[in-house]
Design a protein around this ligand. Structure first.
Ligand SMILES: Cc1ncc(COP(=O)(O)O)c(C=O)c1O
Length: 480
């Protein structure tokens, strides 16, 4: 969604006369240069083995060095297992895994299998064939356990993220006249803010009083765990729910989910998380951290397609409580009774009893194709490469950002406090700088007023792409 809203296509870029006029000087100055750079940098010469003796502790800013990192990358074969946009006949550098992950090539096959089942069996596809759809979710949930850090019984795949946020708040935001506040991060993703506001109003409270936002300290970009704990403590007698993101969409900051959960529980509140930017991006141990509930989308780091089916976690101590209020639908009814068409709803003691509607099989199939790839690659290995990519990206950005700083990295420098995404707050002509990336075949993401977000991901991005990006950015910044 964000990609198409925020990233202009080349044709929009080229066709916008006003912008073209404003940015023509930069584009003109770089045009000759860029052709040379693109040919050179994107030529994909055979990587030379480069200082293999040298450990990858001290980075170098060179194409050869970046390629040497790629040639030692155990996951490099996965890059070719994705479709990628092409730009001027070359594979684009796609740093938008935090927006819409690329399409795994196995997804079409998986979706086609459902189409064939539909063609061959009609509605009986739910029960007939080699792979009856009624059991399909059972192949998905185990693939998510490792990624989410959850047990099978704690996961349900359904609906979309904002819808699930509302459904889970029905269960976990049950305010009383004295305990009714929601504590969240300042500038949470707008859809979450709208969800909080509408839920609070639905229960007859005033959002201005009931929603407590935790801000970064004056002059800083990040919210510390201590600040969050302090605000929770301040409202300990009136807070009903603490709801944070796992990774903030704007800064890329990963919050300490365990510490926030503990602080919420100490105050007598539920702890829930929006993991849109965390699922598939950072290590999660939701069960062990005692998180009450969480929800996430699967179209970002989990590469399951635009508008992909989303996921929910409900801790087993809550999922097993069949008395917990929830909105009911027939797909959440115990399978033993589901097709008896009786008026009795029997909740199973698992997260699946939060499901409401018939499984969207094509969406599930695309999701499964992606999760199969995660399982084949190994999630811990992926996280390891993600850290290496982001480490090199930090190095490259710091390298080009001197002697005079042209941007500030607002994402935490500490690798434990971030995932793949790095956000740059650009000091001068930020939008022009961003708009000049696409003509170089670099897909990045823009957030008002001056932030460029980039997210190199381990399955399909390379160290070489990071080098090229930094090299191009340096030239654009120098010309801007
Ligand atoms: C943090 C966060 N929350 C919520 C949403 C909304 O998700 P959906 O449109 O799938 O409901 C997004 C979308 O990008 C997001 O980034």
């Amino acid at each position: 969604m964000a990609l198409y809203q925020t990233t202009p296509t080349y044709f929009e870029f080229a066709g916008n006369a006003v912008r073209r006029f404003l940015y023509s000087f930069i584009t003109w100055a770089l045009a000759a240069h860029s052709t040379v750079i693109n040919f050179y940098l994107l030529s994909f010469k055979r990587p030379r083995t480069y200082r293999q003796k040298k450990q990858i502790m001290q980075h170098e800013f060179s194409l050869e060095y970046a390629r040497s990192l790629d040639s030692n990358d155990a996951l490099r074969k996965y890059r070719e297992q994705f479709y990628a946009p092409y730009f001027q006949n070359r594979r684009a550098i796609y740093f938008l895994g935090n927006s819409l992950g690329l399409q795994p090539k196995n997804a079409q096959q998986e979706v086609m299998a459902i189409m064939e089942g539909w063609a061959n069996f009609g509605v009986e596809g739910f029960f007939l064939g080699d792979d009856p759809w009624i059991n399909y979710h059972k192949k998905i949930t185990p693939l998510l356990c490792d990624i989410i850090g959850a047990k099978n019984e704690e996961i349900v795949t359904m609906n979309h993220l904002t819808v699930n946020l509302h459904l889970l708040m029905v269960s976990f935001y049950q305010p009383t006249p004295t305990r009714y506040k929601i504590i969240c991060e300042a500038k949470a993703f707008p859809s979450d803010q709208y969800a909080f506001q509408s839920q609070v109003k639905l229960h007859g409270f005033n959002p201005a009083d009931a929603i407590i936002e935790v801000y970064p300290k004056e002059g800083t970009d990040l919210i510390t765990t201590e600040d969050i704990e302090a605000v929770i403590d301040l409202h300990k007698d009136s807070v009903a729910l603490v709801l944070f993101s796992g990774v903030n969409y704007y800064t890329g900051q990963a919050f300490d989910i365990k510490a926030i959960t503990e602080a919420a529980h100490k105050a007598g509140a539920y702890a829930g998380f929006d993991l849109a930017h965390a699922a598939g991006n950072i290590k999660l141990q939701l069960h062990d951290w005692q998180v009450d509930f969480a929800c996430w989308c699967n179209y970002k780091y989990l590469n399951s397609g635009p508008g992909a089916i989303a996921g929910c976690f409900i801790h087993e101590r809550n999922a097993s409580n069949t008395e917990l209020p929830r909105l009911q639908g027939w797909w959440g009814n115990d399978i033993a009774n589901r097709f008896k068409m009786s008026d009795t709803f029997t909740a199973t003691p698992t997260a699946e009893s939060w499901a409401m509607s018939t499984s969207p099989m094509m969406l599930l199939a695309a999701h499964k194709a992606s999760l199969d790839m995660f399982a084949a690659a190994g999630f811990d290995i992926l996280l390891h490469k993600a850290k290496a990519l982001s480490d090199y990206l930090f190095f490259a950005l710091n390298h080009i950002n001197q002697p005079a700083a042209k941007f500030r990295i607002i994402t935490p420098a500490n690798p434990d406090e971030r995932g793949c995404q790095v956000s740059l707050s650009v000091h001068k002509n930020a939008k022009a700088v961003f708009d000049t990336l696409l003509p170089f075949g670099i897909f990045a993401d823009w957030r008002e007023p001056n932030v460029i977000r980039i997210a190199p991901v381990p399955l399909y991005n390379s160290f070489e792409e990071i080098y090229i990006f930094a090299e191009v950015l340096q030239q654009i910044l120098n010309a801007a």
